[in-house]
Design a protein around this ligand. Sequence first.
Ligand code: NDP
Length: 284
Amino acid sequence: MEKSYRAELVGVFGCPVEENPTGVMEEAAFAKLGLNYRYLTIRVEKGNLKPAMEAVRAFQMRGVNLTIPHKVEVLQYLDELSPAAKIIGAVNTVVNRDGKLWGENTDGKGFLLSLEQEGVQVGGKHVVILGAGGAARAIAVEAALAGAEKLTIINRSRERGEELAALLQRETPAQAEYLAWEGAVKIPEGADILIQATCIGLFPHVQDKPEIDYDTVASSMVVSDVVFNDPHTLFLQEAQKRGAKTVNGLGMLVNQGARNFTLWTGEEAPADVMTETLKKEFGL
Ligand code: NDP
């Protein structure tokens, strides 16, 4: 190819977005492969997403990530959706395919890959999820589509929890139920995988942990947390004390970023460089 001074543009739109670490990880990956790409961390306030998405087309950006508060609103500005994004009803990654904007949700896929990398499959398993927000929805739908047999959603707000359980029951082959979160909730006997998908424990609230009956966490369970900063959450520490195998949220963050990298560039992502960059960023 002839030399080009024009960089390919990708980035993230969100508000707040200042503490989003994705750009550092993606830029390190571009540098590793010698790709002339730039990842821009852009503050787009609620109400400004429409012109921002028009700019994606006008600037011929390769794609963007969406974060709070844009993951749902963005759907109306897209031309196509992946099957999972359609069910989840939220998009965190957009790919510009010759002017057509395609929406995907890589959070759940990134999470499932982080389990697989630890030798854990969701097929045929009973999966229990704490939370029913964006991350929980993406994980629950992908786990159901990947063959989980049963999903139990435990969420503080009943309405949101019931809505997610009903969505899973309606749109996926899995069996789903809502369990009310009252006091120190007991994890159902026979659960195989327990996932903490609320924001509890996220920096700076590292001293917080979800209120569950930790003595109902069995050593046979795989216990995972989506919180990645700091990844050694008190929740995972409690699970480790009960002998459970644990998987932290760093893998999910790297895997969704690696997937986005491949969707935009068509190249395999240097996941090891991305992991090391993030660890350095978080002082780990
Ligand atoms: P949302 O705001 O969409 O959802 C938040 C969820 O947390 C809701 O279920 C909410 O319950 C619950 N919650 C919040 N505070 C409490 C509390 N004090 N007690 C009980 N439940 C509570 O957020 P997201 O789903 O987008 O994000 C959740 C977490 O996932 C964040 O920590 C985020 O950093 C992490 N994340 C990690 C990723 C990774 O790559 N590792 C990727 C994406 C997100 P309710 O419905 O009752 O309000």
